[in-house]
Design a binder for this molecule. Structure first.
Ligand code: COA
Length: 296
């Protein structure tokens, strides 16, 4: 019998899957780290808990997209690989994907990806890709286009912050128009993901209904997901994010159709870097839009 089974994930796998994820990404980040990058630290207890909470949410909303590779000969069923994907109406996204270093390059990643893509059932797909050679190889072979992403890093020069008006705090009764906006930008609303994000982050929205847009800000004031109908609204929302950042900040997931974000970052005296790819299949790169790594 094959010692590693690829099967649907269940809640009992969460702790073991989290351990596999923490080890896999520590190893991947160490091996792809550039000399100018900070040292890679093991995942904190808080981040481990957040990972488990998020995966439990995905398991509740769309369990058919959540797959694990399990080594059954260890008795407890140790998770050695995982592909967590989700369908949201007509869109599929991959939230996270990994195989423990000692099990890589043996075809497990392909088996997991094939299972997740079967669940996609031909839907357009999107996710944020690492630079890991095994990952990019797997994605391109599955037909995804890899669009390089830029990021802006540094400490905001607060003397550059412009006055920003026309924004307000977002609430659950904003989700309906936010989903309409998302459908125009990426083909599908975030649906239940909005509830999860509002529970864990601050939401800021544009007050002008003819110029809709929103941004989720994480606990460090960084833009975790930004969507807008016009680049001008997107820039306003990004300025709001930069104003609420503390210390070193990061604006992530900037593709070339989103150069409006580079212009804001440069004006705030942040530096342009390059990191990973937005992978899409059957859809264009969304703009004006800064994707969330977890919810796309
Ligand atoms: C991406 C990942 C899940 C793929 O899992 P895997 O079990 O290695 O996948 P497979 O063996 O099915 O396929 C990977 C392909 O890349 C190759 N490959 C794997 N590791 C590689 C490496 N370090 N360098 C170059 N090629 C590599 C394999 O030979 C295989 O190609 P082939 O099928 O043509 O022979 C796994 O490599 C991983 O966890 N990487 C680190 C975490 C990561 O970056 N995850 C993706 C986040 S977006």
């Amino acid at each position: 019998m094959d010692p590693v089974q690829v099967r649907l994930m269940c809640a009992d796998d969460l702790a073991s899957a989290e351990r596999a994820s923490a080890l896999t990404f520590l190893d991947a980040e160490r091996s792809t780290r550039r000399v100018s990058d900070p040292e890679v630290e093991p995942r904190s207890a808080v981040a481990s808990k957040q990972w488990i909470d998020r995966m439990r949410f995905f398991l509740t909303v769309d369990p058919g997209g959540c797959w694990v590779a399990v080594k059954e000969d260890t008795g407890a069923g140790e998770v050695v690989g995982f592909a967590m994907s989700q369908n949201r109406d007509p869109l599929w996204f991959l939230a996270t994907y990994g195989v423990l270093p000692g099990h890589q390059a043996q075809g497990l990643g392909k088996r997991l990806m094939d299972a997740a893509l079967d669940h996609a059932d031909g839907r357009p797909g999107i996710f944020s890709s690492s630079v890991h050679a095994g990952a990019t190889r797997r994605y391109r072979l599955a037909g995804f286009s890899l669009h390089p992403q830029m990021r802006m890093v540094g400490t905001v020069d607060r003397s550059t912050l412009p006055p920003v008006d026309g924004l307000r705090e977002g609430r659950a009764d904003d989700f309906e128009w936010m989903d309409r906006l998302d459908r125009n930008l990426r083909g599908a609303g975030h649906g239940p993901d909005h509830g999860y994000m509002l529970g864990t982050m601050r939401l800021v929205v544009s007050r002008d209904t003819t110029k809709p847009g929103y941004v989720y800000l994480d606990d460090r004031g960084q833009a975790a997901l930004l969507a807008a109908a016009q680049p001008e609204t997107a820039q306003k929302l990004l300025w709001e994010a930069l104003a609420s950042s503390r210390g070193e900040t990061l604006v992530n997931c900037i593709t070339t159709p989103n150069e409006w974000a580079l212009d804001v970052g440069l004006a705030a005296r942040l530096d342009i870097g390059q990191e990973g790819y937005i992978a899409v299949r059957g859809m264009p790169v969304p703009a004006p839009y800064l994707a969330s790594g977890h919810f796309l």
